[in-house]
Structures are given as structure tokens and as C-alpha cells.
Design a protein around this ligand. Structure first.
Ligand code: ADP
Ligand code: MG
Length: 533
């Protein structure tokens, strides 16, 4: 029998709940704040952010995904936008800020519509309709390119790096194009391009211009023993997971040595084991060993005597790259090593890079393996250069995979917005308002680019709209140097269609996901305090 006044507990003590418009207002606010953080970094004139981790490590970057990752965002709704940026980065490798800024603008516009009494469901369905129409328009606008035109691919790479404050973009763009060309292949009537095939290694020192592309793999380790050769031509490579030393047992054992003879026998046995290891390697016809584990000093010495180059403690990921590049299989048990497991490369060589040494494996069996060694004065600079290179590699791969481009500088967004407005008028009803709001959110991309360049956003928007009304005005965008409205295709500000498409799709989905929430139930945080009493 229920007693009056007795509370019915459904949620755990300490849980919080916000509902209806409260929940929505909070969520929209959180989304807007995240977008606001990224807004000033958008575009070639965007600023950088300095992020200080809880341990005091500093990152200076303009990279959307990195900013959000390092900022360690806690709010659950804001986290949705962080996820969206991550997905964008993973799927197409560029447009991470665009997607978040767009979602933020969509939320902002939605807030106005909600205030006017339009239900969130209507806003979302209007947004989704707008998104579909926008995709259709994008497909219509996008142009094919000649993938053999390396200059053009380079321009796409340059556009993607425009906001990163690194020098030597020209060199980076060239390297990116070469690397993607080298690793992409035709399968059926599709082109495959996988930038995971490109190994990027960083090393501070020298300048960014010293960044080089290597046809093979670079291992950030030195040759194990000073007596080993530093270069082997026509390398027959063993890739070993098992250690070339005697592993310490888990359980501690004790051996009582009672006589010098026994001691000798014991040591002799150890040496014999080492000899057997080296014999196995030699018998397989190996002249280069990459070992994922350690190599005993004695084994190193014996290998050196045989003229074998060996590298120890190689990272697992590098072992996989070596395997793919040289065609060798990674062997777990040394005794199983057979000649057919060996990989091949034209040469393996240790080179001195600043104070450290690195091992280069070049001219591999698999011509598709390429490595890029990023150089740069400061470590922070190398990190940002690495992120710029990632963007460049991604966009070139995007275009190789899906051969379609659009013009940037706000051109494509302005054109899609213009067409969406007439589509909205045809749709009518309350959804029309949402579709128009969507168009206006898209127009924020060119105006934010302008704002970040210190230009007047309203002037720009007015002239941009006028330019797009004219015939063949579809690629008119903002020249950020002087605020003039110019043809962006002609200015070589070009981007992959897939980056824009993904940004629109993911940005809309995120905004709608946030808008549809009308109840936030948060469980109490576990407390790790010492209980009193
Ligand atoms: P994202 O993380 O979204 O890629 P960026 O900071 O790289 O953000 O900025 C991308 C935007 O900058 C795109 O809209 C692109 O068209 C624009 N942009 C790039 N280069 C230029 C340029 N030279 N002039 C005008 N806009 C440019
Ligand atoms: Mg970019």
C-alpha cells in the first residue's frame, strides 16, 4: 500500500534531469559555444588556437579536429559536435571546422524558429529536406577533372592547407600529390586511394623544405650494433616478432652452481642457444633483420660478424608497414623462419638525421609503399606541418577516389543557398522557413571567411548574392585579400566535392540530433571521496 507523501525513486540519487525547452536551450547553447570556438579559425585568414593540456603541454594549431580533441570537452551535447569533427576527419580528412560551424549556425537558426513557435520536428524535417536538395545541387554543380593533371591536384592540396600557418606549402602539395599517385590504384572502374598506406614520420630539425618523400619505409631506430654494416644492397629481410635473446621467465628460478665446470656448461648452453638463433637466420639467407623485441648483445655481435644488419625494438605498426612494403611475412617463432618469408628491398641503409639515426628501406618489392619524412625547425612546427600534410594527402585522395570538385571561398555554399531559397518557396508551409534558415546558415560560411579576414560581412553578403544571380555566377566567392567577389574556380580555390557533401550531411545530422532531444537524464558522477564516519 503506497503511503501518501512518499517519494517514488526512479533515478539514482544525485541524477539530474532537464526537460523540454530547458533541455533544448542548454543543448543549443552548448553546440553554439563549440562552433563559436572554431569560428575564428575558419579559412585562410583564420587564427590559430593555443591549447594547454592539464600537464602543461602546449599545442598551437589551426586544425579543427585537433582543437576539439585537445580541448577535452565534457558537455555531452558538445561532445556530439566533437564526434562529428572526428568523423569528418576520418572520412574525408578536411572540412572539420566547416562541419562544426555549419552545425552551430543551424542550431542558432533553429533557436529563432523555435522561438517563433515552430516545432522542433518541423525544423528538423525542413533541414533534412534542405540537405537532400543541397546534395542534389552539389552533384549538379560539381565538375570532373583530369586526374593526370598533377598541377590541378596540387592546387586542391594547396587550398586544403591554406589555413595552416606553415611555410613550404608548395613542397608539401607536391609531395602529397606524388604520394597519393604512388599509392592509388585502379580496381575495376574505380580508383582506390588509401592514405593509410603513406607512412608519415616526423623529425624536428632543419627546415620544412627538407621534408622528403621516400619510396619505401622509414624506421625511427638505429642499427643495433656498431659492428654491423650500415648499408645492405639487395636486402633479404626477416621480420621477427620473437626476441633474439633469452626471455626471462615469469617465475623466478634458482640455479645452484656447485662447480666451475657446471658454470661453464651453463654459460655454454646459453651461447649455444644464441648461436642457433643466428644460424637459423643465416640459413634462411637473411642479410637484414627487423626485430620487434630485443636482441641480446651476444646475438648482436654474432650477427655483426656475419655481416647482417639488424634493428631491434621495432614498433608493431612499423613491422606491418615493412611487411606490406617488402612483401615479407612477420614471423612469430624464429624456428619457423623460411626463405619464402623474407621480404625484399633494393637497399636498407642507416642515415644520420640530425643527432639521431634512422633506417631507410627503399626500392621495396611493393612499389606502392611510400613514406614521408617531415622536417621542420621546431617540434611544434613539425606537428602542425604533419597536420597540414594530412589535409593535403586526404583531399588529393578524395578527388582520386571520387573525381569531382567544387569551388571554395564560399562560392559553393552561396550557390547552394541561392538554389535552396527557390526550392523552399516551392515547398511552402512551415518547412519553407526551415529551408530558408538552412540556406542562411550556409551563407554564413562565406561571411565568416570574410569576417576572419577583417572584411565587412554584410557588404560581402550583399555583393555575393548579387553575383550569384548573374548567369554563370555559380563560382563567385570572396577574395579575402581585398573583399572583391571573384570566380573561385579561376583563382584555383578548389575543393573535393566529397568534403562539402560530408560536411553538409554530418553537420545537418548533428544539428537535428541535438534538436530532437527534449530530455536529458544524467546519472550522478561516481564520487571517489572517502566516506565519512
Ligand atoms: P576546414 O577545417 O573546414 O577545412 P579551413 O580553415 O581549412 O577549415 O577553411 C576552409 C575554408 O576556407 C573553405 O570554405 C575554403 O573554401 C576556404 N578557402 C580556402 N582557401 C581559400 C582562399 N584562398 N580564398 C578564400 N577562401 C579559401
Ligand atoms: Mg581545411
Amino acid at each position: 500500500m503506497a503511503t501518501a507523501g512518499q517519494p517514488v525513486l526512479i533515478l539514482k540519487e544525485g541524477s539530474t534531469r532537464s526537460r523540454g525547452s530547458d533541455a533544448r536551450v542548454n543543448n543549443i547553447m552548448a553546440g553554439k559555444i563549440v562552433a563559436e570556438v572554431l569560428r575564428t579559425t575558419l579559412g585562410p585568414r583564420g587564427m590559430d588556437k593555443m591549447l594547454v593540456s592539464s600537464l602543461g603541454d602546449i599545442t598551437i594549431t589551426n586544425d579543427g579536429a585537433t582543437i576539439l580533441k585537445e580541448a577535452d570537452i565534457q558537455h555531452p551535447t558538445a561532445k556530439i559536435l566533437v564526434e562529428v569533427a572526428k568523423t569528418q576527419d576520418r572520412e574525408v580528412g578536411d572540412g572539420t571546422k566547416t562541419v562544426v560551424v555549419l552545425a552551430g549556425e543551424l542550431l542558432k537558426k533553429a533557436e529563432d524558429l523555435l522561438d517563433q513557435g515552430i516545432h522542433a520536428t518541423i525544423v528538423c524535417s525542413g533541414y533534412l529536406k534542405a540537405r537532400e536538395e543541397a546534395s542534389r545541387v552539389l552533384q549538379e554543380l560539381a565538375v570532373r577533372v583530369d586526374l593526370e593533371d598533377l598541377k590541378l591536384l596540387k592546387k586542391i592540396a594547396m587550398t586544403s592547407m591554406s589555413s595552416k600557418s606553415v611555410t613550404a606549402k608548395d613542397r608539401f602539395a607536391e609531395i602529397a600529390v606524388e604520394a597519393v599517385k604512388q599509392t592509388s590504384e585502379k580496381r575495376g572502374d574505380r580508383m582506390l586511394a588509401d592514405i593509410d598506406q603513406v607512412q608519415v614520420t616526423k623529425k624536428a630539425g632543419k627546415g620544412l623544405f627538407e621534408t622528403q618523400i621516400i619510396r619505401g619505409v622509414v624506421i625511427d631506430k638505429e642499427v643495433a650494433h656498431a659492428g654491423m654494416p650500415k648499408r645492405i644492397d639487395s636486402a633479404r629481410i626477416a621480420l621477427l616478432v620473437s626476441p633474439l635473446e633469452i626471455e626471462k621467465t615469469e617465475i623466478s628460478a634458482e640455479i645452484r652452481v656447485k662447480s666451475p665446470d657446471m658454470m661453464k656448461a651453463f654459460l655454454g648452453e646459453e651461447e649455444a642457444m644464441f648461436k642457433r638463433m643466428v644460424d637459423t637466420v643465416k640459413k634462411a639467407g637473411v642479410n637484414v633483420v627487423f626485430c620487434q623485441k630485443g636482441i641480446d648483445d651476444v646475438v648482436q655481435f654474432l650477427l655483426a660478424r656475419e655481416g647482417i644488419l639488424a634493428v631491434k625494438q621495432v614498433k608493431e605498426s612499423d613491422m606491418e608497414k615493412l611487411s606490406r612494403a617488402t612483401g615479407g611475412s612477420v614471423v612469430t617463432v624464429l624456428d619457423d623462419l623460411k626463405p619464402e618469408d623474407l621480404g625484399w628491398a633494393e637497399f636498407v641503409e642507416e642515415r644520420r638525421i640530425e643527432e639521431s639515426k634512422m633506417v631507410f628501406v627503399e626500392g621495396c618489392k611493393n612499389p606502392k609503399s611510400v613514406a614521408i619524412l617531415v622536417r621542420g625547425g621546431l617540434e611544434r612546427m613539425v606537428d602542425e606541418a604533419d597536420r597540414a600534410l594530412h589535409d593535403a594527402l586526404s583531399v588529393v585522395a578524395d578527388v582520386v577516389r571520387e573525381n569531382r570538385i567544387v569551388a571554395g571561398g564560399g562560392a559553393v555554399e552561396a550557390e547552394v543557398a541561392r538554389r535552396l531559397k527557390s526550392y523552399g518557396a516551392k515547398t511552402g508551409g512551415r518547412e519553407q522557413l526551415a529551408i530558408e534558415a538552412y540556406a542562411e546558415a550556409l551563407e554564413r560560411i562565406p561571411t565568416i571567411l570574410a569576417e576572419n579576414a577583417g572584411l565587412d560581412p554584410i557588404d560581402i553578403l550583399v555583393s555575393l548574392r548579387a553575383a550569384h544571380e548573374k548567369p554563370s555566377g555559380q563560382w563567385m566567392g570572396v577574395n579575402l585579400a581585398d573583399g572583391k567577389i571573384v570566380d573561385m574556380m579561376g583563382r584555383d580555390v578548389i575543393e573535393p566535392l566529397s568534403v562539402k557533401e560530408q560536411a553538409l550531411r554530418a553537420g545537418t545530422e548533428a544539428a537535428c540530433m541535438i534538436l530532437r532531444i527534449d530530455d536529458v537524464i544524467a546519472a550522478a558522477k561516481p564520487s571517489f571521496g572517502v566516506p565519512k564516519g
